[in-house]
Structures are given as structure tokens and as C-alpha cells.
Design a protein around this ligand. Structure first.
Ligand code: NAD
Length: 483
């Protein structure tokens, strides 16, 4: 199967496949540096066309679909994704360099899970009867309705395109919204194939549209557009800030899932083997290009050397290679700029006095590979403060529980945290004290459609998934009938 030739490369606009008003964008294969595809690039005019079509579907064909039928559409789409799971995982491996096995074990099943979970919600989004004091002495009958927010722009990053799009698309559609998808510049192909499946599932034209293109053009136009009611964004903190400002014109709802610098706290009572295994997973999965990457490994001083040795061994056991090589546990970084940025942080770590224990170099040969790096350092060094988005971790010692919590919270970010301990009291009290949107105890970054996801501080605003995903995609209307 040649995945490249089967993926569409045009915009999915108003129910049709068309060329883009801004020419094309080159997608590279990060394993080789060679061109993979030329993908149509949307213009601001294309965004206007998409908003018109999304508005028409919102008021017309999609709103006319009964709630249970909306669920059937989502379930049908889930079945089609399952049918094409291998191709979708291949496209992700090709365009972002993630090992094929990882994409097929996590990214695609996670998308299917989100679609099925919210398919079940579609006819269960009730309002409530509101008991109240009446109206100037006259009794009333009051109730709430949960209504769609409207036209939603889903702006997606390149690190896990299908999975993250599923978090946005599934709850938005289940609650009656229409969605304009803006994939990342480096990763449109898998999402465009999903567009083919959306078409095959028979969603009314304009319900879902896909506009690849430049963030500064398509993303910008969506964020300022008066016809867009919400931006659901996952990406960098800097872009999130810009979107929030751009959304102010018509007071758009925003869900912003941004960067992280997540701690993994290893207490002295932890099961050391599983903590090291899990911490390594939190550092090196998807080449460290994970928002929840556990890049600050905070370790009790008594076990610091053992954890450092364990992570060094885990890093050195990683096999860098082609994403389709079953022996490869890590692929390349997504592009040259990302690789150079990561290498720059390694140099900065060394220059600021952190001890590089292993890795951190780019091997000879084509592709944007970086050998996973482990530092022994402090929480003040730049490598422990800024999001690197690559396979670079810093092991930082602490003396006691209070210091562990203080170090964990001493960060601009607050996305996720992991606690490794066998002590039940500690598991709960430390989890409560951490400034993070999600805490995993004895497992790095548990994810699932039922589990709300999102951050605090510079890691973002709002939550996706679970019932929070329903709330985030609906407005409450109160109806009061004076009796
Ligand atoms: P990015 O912010 O550069 O781009 C994300 C998306 O925004 C892309 O589609 C891009 O084209 C678009 N964009 C760029 N400029 C824009 C603008 N002015 N207006 C609107 N849209 C614009 O981020 P990235 O490099 O693609 O992704 C990596 C970042 O994503 C990391 O910081 C990572 O932590 C974050 N991330 C967060 C989560 C989470 O759940 N919190 C998950 C995955 C990734």
C-alpha cells in the first residue's frame, strides 16, 4: 500500500474537494527530509466560504438531524475509521515520524474511542427543571436547554493530529455544532483522509470542513472571523495567547490546550522499576513531542542515582529508526526546525551547568533524528523551565514531600503531573496539592474519552473530553414561563 498516493491533498470545503486560494504547502517526510506531498493551502477567502457553509449547515441540514441520528453519524464514522485504521496510522507515521506501532496502538484507537463515546452522548444532553421563587408572586415553570455554541474552529497541532482532532470534533458534533478544521502545516494528510470518511459517512455538506494552510492565514482568519463562535485550539502557548486576543472581537468561546513542563515525582517508596519504565515512557514517547511529556523528573535524593542510571539505560535502549521498522522505538522529530530547536536546548543545558548523562546528539544521515537525552540538573535551568517538545529530560533531586510539591508547582505551566508512590495517603494529598489539570498516580498520563483533559496556568483554558466536553460545546439557555 502506498499511503501517499491514496491521501487526498485538496481542501474539503462546503462538501466538495477543491484547490486552495493560497496555492500549496509542502509536506515533508521527516524520516528522509524528502517531499511527501503538496497539499492545497487555504486562503482567507476560503475561510469566508467555509463559514458560510458551516452556518448554513448549523441552521439547516445538520440541525434537522435528530439527536439519536447525530449519534449514528458519529458511530458510522468510528466504524469507517476502524476499517481504515491501518492507512490512517500509516499516514501519521509518514507525515510526523511517529512509529507506526505507536500511532496504531494509541492515536487511531483514541480517535475511535472519542467518536463512540460522544456518539452515545448525542441523545442524552438534557437541560434541567429549575426550582425558583416565581415572578413577582406568580409561580413559574423554568428549565434550561443546552444548545450548540455554533460554528467551531478546531485548530490542531502536528504532534497527534487524529487523536487531538477527535477530542474536538466528536463532542462538537454530538451537541449539534458545525466544525471547520485547520490541520497543522506539517500534518494534513491523515486528517484529509478522515475528511474522505466524513464524506462517506454522509454528514450533510458544511457540517465538517477541512482547511489546511498556514497558521498565520487560515488560523488567523478563523480566530478573528465574526461568524465563528468558538475556537478549540491545541498548540503552543504563544499561539494560544494570540488566538485569545484575536477572539475578543465577537467574544468567542475558547478552549485552549497549550504547552507543558510536566513533573514526574518519584518518591522513595515507589516501585522503582515501574517508575523508571513509566518515567522513560513520559520522556521518550512520540520523540518527546507530547504536551504532557514528563520532562522534569523530580526524585527523592535517596534514590536519585538509581533513577538516573535507570533512565540512562532506558534512553540508550531506544532504537532510532524508520517509523515503519518494527524494531524502531523512536522516529525522527517532525521537521528540521524542531530538531534544531531541541539540539539548541541541549547546548543550553550544558552551558548552564546541567550534566548531560546520555544522548542529545543528531546521528549522521538523513531525517530529523535526535538521540534521547537525560540531564542531571536543577529546576532553575532553562531546560527545566521551557517546553522543549523533544526527547530531553532533567532529573532533579528533592529532600521531602513539601519540597517535591514546591518544585513541581514552580513552573509557568500546569498541564499534567505524575506521582510515583505506594503510599495511599501521599497519592491523594500530593495529587490535591499539584497545580495541574490532570494527575496520574503510578502511570504516566492516563488518557481516555471519559477523562477530562486540559491545563491550568500557561497550559491553557477549559477542558475537553468527558462530560466537560459536552459543557464546553454547548450554551445554557434558561426558559422561564410565568404561569
Ligand atoms: P503551534 O501553536 O505552532 O501550531 C498549532 C496550530 O495553530 C497549527 O495548526 C498552526 O498552523 C496554528 N496556528 C499558527 N499560528 C496561528 C495563528 N496566528 N492563529 C491561529 N492558528 C495558528 O503549535 P505546534 O508546534 O503545532 O504544536 C506544538 C505545541 O502544541 C506544543 O506547545 C504542545 O505542548 C502543544 N500541545 C498541547 C496539547 C494539550 O493538550 N495541551 C496537546 C498537544 C500539543
Amino acid at each position: 500500500m502506498t499511503a501517499t498516493t491514496t491521501a487526498p491533498t485538496e481542501l474539503f470545503l462546503a462538501g466538495r474537494w477543491t484547490s486552495g486560494g493560497a496555492g500549496t504547502l509542502e509536506t515533508l517526510n521527516p524520516s528522509t527530509g524528502e517531499t511527501l506531498a503538496e497539499v492545497a493551502s487555504a486562503s482567507a477567502d476560503d475561510v469566508d466560504t467555509a463559514v458560510l457553509a458551516a452556518t448554513a449547515a448549523l441552521r439547516g441540514d445538520w440541525s434537522a438531524v435528530p439527536p439519536s441520528q447525530k449519534g449514528h453519524f458519529l458511530a458510522k464514522l468510528a466504524d469507517l475509521v476502524e476499517r481504515d485504521a491501518e492507512l490512517l496510522a500509516r499516514l501519521e507515521a509518514l507525515e510526523i515520524g511517529v512509529p507506526y506501532g505507536f500511532a496504531s496502538a494509541l492515536f487511531v484507537p483514541n480517535l475511535i474511542g472519542s467518536l463512540r463515546y460522544y456518539a452515545g452522548w448525542a441523545d442524552k444532553v438534557n437541560g434541567e427543571l429549575v426550582v425558583n421563587d416565581g415572578y413577582f408572586g406568580t409561580p413559574t415553570h423554568a428549565y434550561t436547554r443546552r444548545e450548540p455554541v455554533g460554528v467551531i474552529a478546531a485548530i490542531v497541532p502536528w504532534n497527534a493530529p487524529l487523536m487531538i482532532l477527535g477530542w474536538k470534533l466528536a463532542p462538537a458534533l454530538a451537541t449539534g455544532n458545525t466544525v471547520i478544521v485547520k490541520p497543522a502545516e506539517d500534518a494534513s494528510l491523515a486528517i484529509l483522509h478522515l475528511g474522505k470518511l466524513i464524506e462517506e459517512a454522509g454528514f450533510p455538506a458544511g457540517t465538517v470542513q477541512i482547511l489546511p494552510g498556514a497558521g498565520g492565514v487560515v488560523g488567523e482568519a478563523l480566530a478573528v472571523h465574526p461568524g465563528v463562535h468558538k475556537v478549540s485550539f491545541t498548540g503552543s502557548t504563544a499561539t494560544g495567547r494570540r488566538i485569545l486576543r484575536n477572539s475578543a472581537g465577537n467574544f468567542k468561546r475558547t478552549t485552549l490546550e497549550l504547552g507543558g513542563k510536566s513533573p514526574q515525582i518519584v518518591f522513595e517508596d515507589a516501585d522503582l522499576d515501574s517508575a523508571v519504565r513509566g518515567a522513560a515512557m513520559g520522556l521518550f514517547s512520540n520523540q518527546g513531542q507530547v504536551c504532557a511529556a514528563g520532562t522534569r523528573v523530580l526524585v527523592h535524593r535517596s534514590i536519585r542515582d538509581a533513577v538516573l542510571d535507570g533512565l540512562k539505560a532506558a534512553a540508550e535502549a531506544q532504537v532510532l529508526g524508520d517509523p515503519f521498522d518494527p524494531a524502531a522505538t523512536m522516529g525522527p522529530l517532525v521537521n528540521r526546525a524542531q530538531r534544531d530547536k531541541v539540539l539548541g536546548y541541549v547546548e543550553k543545558g550544558k552551558a548552564e551547568g546541567a550534566q548531560l548523562v546520555t544522548g542529545g546528539a543528531a546521528p549522521d544521515g538523513p531525517g530529523f533524528f535526535v538521540a534521547p537525552a537525560v540531564f542531571a540538573g536543577t529546576n532553575e535551568q532553562t531546560i527545566a523551565r521551557e517546553e522543549i517538545f523533544g526527547p530531553v529530560g532533567t532529573v532533579i533531586p528533592f529532600e521531602d514531600e513539601d519540597e517535591a510539591i514546591a518544585l513541581a508547582n514552580d513552573s509557568e505551566y500546569g498541564l499534567a503531573a505524575t506521582v510515583w508512590t505506594k503510599d495511599l495517603r501521599r497519592a491523594h494529598t500530593v495529587s490535591a496539592a499539584l497545580q495541574a489539570g490532570a494527575v496520574g498516580v503510578n502511570g504516566w498520563s492516563p488518557l481516555g474519552p471519559q477523562l477530562p483533559w486540559g491545563g491550568v496556568k500557561a497550559s491553557g483554558v477549559g477542558r475537553e473530553l468527558g462530560y466537560e466536553g459536552i459543557l464546553a460545546n454547548t450554551e445554557t439557555k434558561t426558559v422561564t414561563i410565568v404561569l
